[in-house]
Design a protein. Structure first.
Length: 391
């Protein structure tokens, strides 16, 4: 929820604070600068302390920032600066999210069950976006953009409390900063074999595929609400902010079930991962390309929904492939992948804003997204493997 709160509210905030598209792009893109800085460190710490603890601490912090964002905007004489800074810290804290999950899955889940587990957990991203896209859009229209931040932040704090009270605390685990520091110090001898990993073409293949996939997803996530707002001014936000994520949830689960089923039937793991990635990057690019030729609101909604939904097949492709390649340091390697994806996302979100502002052409953006996806898919199809390389 917290990640997509700003993109949903950005048009209303830009109108209130008199921002143009470039300034809106600065605010939106600042998330990814913070997001890049904690990926590798978050994965490394998760591999040693446990992804559950890292995730819990960071979620509490980003939930607090989300709640305080409207207050910070009104207390500052330069709202664009304070909101850009707030968005940066949001990215900083959420940067540990996916690396901590990758570390957790590699330790707790068997290879033949990882795709469905990953897909199921990652549907939380779509479900949160669905909730904030639907209820948040209604709140935005009726109560103002500030209410959307409260609606997003408060459940995050409640979730952290429930996880701590009924899962972590109930198992007798410590989560104090002192205990975590001691465990990190005691595990410093277990170094990540970076040189060995980076000599493998399969590692570079999964990195390139993930970087391309993540950057284009960030671009779509950040700018699609503005696309509908500008192209179809009479359209209802709760529709175009909800429908793509309604489609995404069953498609994500379907991808996970299909992937694990094929592996359990004896199909080669690498070929299954590539099939999932082909759907995620190849088929979704077709629908993104079709957006260039659509002048109908309903066709555009259909194409966006298909593109976003099919992208979730990457949860059973490159995202879980890192656990096949390096289960002992999956969090750290995923951190490298996501750092690259976030950096590319920063550039792409900024550049998309520049293209829209200077040319007024959305097809330029959609064509660029399709080209990037096809490049990443080509590299992955040629060099991708699922053989362990960290030993």
């Amino acid at each position: 929820c917290a990640r997509v709160t700003m993109p949903i509210c950005i048009s209303a905030m830009a109108e209130q604070f008199k921002w143009d598209k470039k300034q809106s792009g600065i605010v939106l893109g600042s998330f990814f600068w913070g997001y890049t800085l904690t990926q590798i460190a978050g994965g490394y710490i998760s591999d040693r302390l446990g992804g559950d603890k890292v995730l819990l601490l960071s979620a509490f912090a980003w939930g607090t920032i989300t709640i305080l964002t409207p207050l910070l905007a009104y207390c500052s004489s330069t709202p664009i600066f304070i909101l850009t800074l707030s968005r940066f810290f949001m990215g900083l804290l959420q940067g540990v999210h996916f690396p901590s999950l990758a570390s957790l899955f590699s330790c707790k889940v068997r290879q033949s069950e990882r795709a469905f587990t990953s897909s199921t957990v990652c549907t939380g991203t779509q479900f949160g976006t669905l909730i904030i896209g639907g209820a948040g859009s209604v709140l935005l229209d009726r109560c103002g953009w500030q209410s959307v931040f409260y609606f997003s932040g408060l459940p995050t704090i409640l979730w952290v409390y429930c996880m701590w009270e009924y899962l972590i605390k109930g198992q007798g685990h410590e989560i104090s900063l002192e205990s975590l520091s001691n465990r990190l110090t005691n595990s410093q001898g277990n170094e990540v074999p970076w040189i060995k990993l980076f000599k493998k073409p399969s590692v570079w293949a999964v990195i390139v595929a993930h970087v391309c996939m993540a950057s284009t997803f960030f671009c779509i996530l950040s700018w699609i609400p503005t696309f509908f707002h500008d192209s179809y001014p009479d359209s209802k936000g709760w529709i175009f902010n909800v429908v793509p994520w309604v489609v995404s949830i069953p498609l994500s689960l379907m991808g996970g079930l299909l992937s694990d089923h094929l592996i359990n039937l004896g199909f080669n793991t690498a070929k299954v991962r590539k099939l999932m990635q082909m759907v995620a990057m190849g088929m979704s690019s077709i629908f993104i390309k079709l957006l260039c030729y659509s002048s109908s609101y309903y066709r555009s909604l259909l194409f966006v929904s298909a593109a976003v939904g099919l992208q979730t097949f990457s949860h059973s492709g490159s995202s879980v492939n890192v656990q096949d390649l390096a289960p002992s340091c999956a969090g750290s390697l995923f951190g490298v992948m996501n750092t690259g994806g976030a950096l590319a996302g920063v550039v792409l979100v900024y550049f998309a804003g520049y293209l829209i502002e200077t040319t007024g052409s959305w097809p330029f953006v959609f064509n660029l997204v399709s080209i990037i996806n096809m490049f990443g898919l080509s590299v992955y199809m040629i060099f991708g493997q699922a053989t362990r390389v960290d030993i």
